[in-house]
Design a protein around this ligand. Structure first.
Ligand SMILES: [Zn+2]
Length: 106
């Protein structure tokens, strides 16, 4: 599942509004490095990516709401559009910020 362009842009805006913009990876190489590092283990100060983490949260919430007949949807649709849950954007950005506070002070 993948956010549509409109909702992806809204998510990036929310991350900026929550003051997490400076934590966004500066380019595709750094994006990939952090992603790989997160897959190897825990989320840390060194591999944090607020947009990617917010996006993962939305995917988890969407997966929790899935019914068997929704399975075909997993392939291509935007979970925010599909479930009509625009409020997930604010919540994901907020939770991503809370996670950052937690790992930063750990
Ligand atoms: Zn969408």
């Amino acid at each position: 599942m993948k956010l549509c362009k409109a909702h992806w842009d809204k998510l990036v805006e929310a991350i900026q509004a929550d003051g997490l913009g400076e934590l966004v990876p500066p380019g595709p190489l750094e994006f990939a490095r952090r992603r790989h590092s997160r897959m190897e283990g825990a989320v840390t100060v060194d591999n944090f990516d607020p947009v990617a983490i917010a996006n993962d949260l939305i995917s988890i919430w969407a997966a929790n709401g899935l019914r068997p007949r929704d399975l075909q949807w997993l392939i291509g649709s935007c979970p925010i559009c599909y479930f009509d849950m625009p409020q997930w954007i604010e919540k994901a950005s907020h939770d991503s910020g809370e996670l950052w506070q937690k790992i930063r002070s750990a």
